[in-house]
Design a protein around this ligand. Structure first.
Ligand code: ZN
Ligand code: ZN
Length: 286
């Protein structure tokens, strides 16, 4: 009788907490305890990197009047706190200390500096800005980013070009929500398949393969009402055919979203024939 391998639960992208992120809730320790309760083998806490300058704050941070300098100080406290929790719970679970990096002018150098200064286990390389506009915060900002690029096809192309630059500079062990640019576009399956976009996707995937980076199968999309996770299925199938490693991520922003979608994501990967023997990102060698 063949052995049936049952994959362990992991999350390589998540643990945004109300303690260190304005658009998240609950304290970080409660979230850690929830990962333990759910029997995770390991998980990464990957708080958003602080903004380099005030103009790159998220909308809620600027509305609340919190300066980039204050957010940078808060990040230092985040690293101290998560390292303390890593030690405190080390006999029960492996916690990796990471950061979700941004992509706007100056952010890549800054991300590398932070990684070195705080000896982070790994980086999740994400793109939440196109031409400096934070497109994922609201539909209105998505429209603004589209206008800055010219039209929506150009928005997609620019997104994947900026992502390519980020991949080359950061070589992040985990690439966050690869096709996030589809977020507010109901017509995304067609748009992703247009030649000018698909060529860029294939170029980026080839680079990810070459550098042995992993893709985040980001399940938070489902909580926000999307029909499928990031990465969308045609891209996921291409990535698997290239032999790219995938890691599920809950992208949790509260205790109640810890572990959300991890089992569904794992089941999807198994259905597509992926072994689900997870490659821990802190062992990544770029
Ligand atoms: Zn967030
Ligand atoms: Zn993100």
């Amino acid at each position: 009788m063949a052995d049936t391998y049952s994959p362990v639960r992991v999350s390589a992208h998540g643990g945004h907490s109300g303690q260190f992120c304005l658009h998240a809730s609950d304290d970080l320790e409660s979230m850690v305890q929830e990962y333990i309760r759910q029997g995770f083998a390991w998980f990464g806490i990957t708080e958003h990197m602080p903004p380099l300058q005030d103009q790159y704050r998220y909308a809620d941070e600027s509305e609340a009047g919190i300066s980039s300098a204050a957010l940078q100080e808060q990040f230092e406290l985040y690293v101290k706190t998560v390292k303390h929790l890593q030690q405190r719970y080390s006999s029960r679970i492996t916690i990796l200390v990471g950061m979700e990096a941004e992509c706007y002018p100056g952010s890549l150098e800054y991300a590398l500096k932070l990684q070195q200064r705080y000896a982070l286990d790994y980086i999740v390389g994400s793109v939440h800005h196109v031409r400096g506009v934070n497109f994922d915060f609201s539909p209105a900002e998505y429209v603004r980013a589209t206008e800055v690029c010219g039209d929506i096809d150009a928005l997609y192309r620019t997104y994947f070009d900026e992502q390519y630059e980020m991949l080359q500079r950061l070589k992040p062990a985990v690439v966050g929500h690869f096709d996030l640019i589809r977020l507010y576009d109901p017509d995304y399956p067609r748009r992703l398949a247009t030649p000018g976009v698909m060529q860029r996707i294939e170029r980026n995937l080839a680079y990810i393969r070459e550098k042995h980076l992993c893709l985040d199968l980001n399940m938070r999309a489902l909580l926000k009402g999307a029909a499928e996770p990031y990465i969308s299925r045609p891209i996921l199938e291409k990535a698997l055919a290239l032999g790219i490693d995938i890691l599920p991520g809950d992208d949790s922003h509260s205790v109640s979203s810890v572990g959300s979608g991890i089992d569904a994501g794992t089941a999807l990967l198994q259905e597509l024939g992926y072994g689900c023997v997870w490659k821990r990102p802190d062992r990544h060698q770029a």
